[in-house]
Design a protein around this ligand. Structure first.
Ligand SMILES: [Zn+2]
Ligand SMILES: [Zn+2]
Length: 121
């Protein structure tokens, strides 16, 4: 058993291959990287981004990024437990503008060594 981590726009195929990893720990770390990278990109839409008012900004982008952050905070606890029980985690984020993105992490069949995706990376 191993894990796949990926993102896609709901209803569309993923734009890139899912990450194929060997352990749940690596899968959670990969999910965290994906979420942090997306949060950082979304945050640049804030009108106060990078300015001295940014820290106290409560615009729709900053509030949305807080929502993403609260999911990131749950990765090592609730999300870890959820994957352990259900073999799957998925959550969709709907930014104030642009396409929603579904982030997911799932148990994959077979071993990491045998998986086509681990060969590719
Ligand atoms: Zn795989
Ligand atoms: Zn803001």
């Amino acid at each position: 058993m191993h894990y796949h981590v990926g993102t896609n726009i709901p209803g569309y195929l993923p734009e890139s291959e899912p990450h194929c990893v060997d352990s749940l720990g690596d899968a959670l770390a990969s999910l965290k990287d994906e979420l942090e990278e997306s949060r950082d990109n979304w945050h640049t839409n804030c009108p106060a981004y990078g300015s001295s008012e940014w820290g106290e900004c409560t615009c729709h982008w900053c509030r949305f990024c807080e929502e993403v952050e609260s999911t990131i905070d749950k990765i090592d606890t609730e999300i870890n437990a959820e994957v352990y029980e259900d073999s799957h985690f998925g959550d969709t984020f709907v930014p104030p503008e642009g396409a929603p993105i579904h982030f997911w992490l799932t148990e994959a069949e077979g071993t990491y060594e045998e998986c086509e995706l681990s060969q590719a990376t």
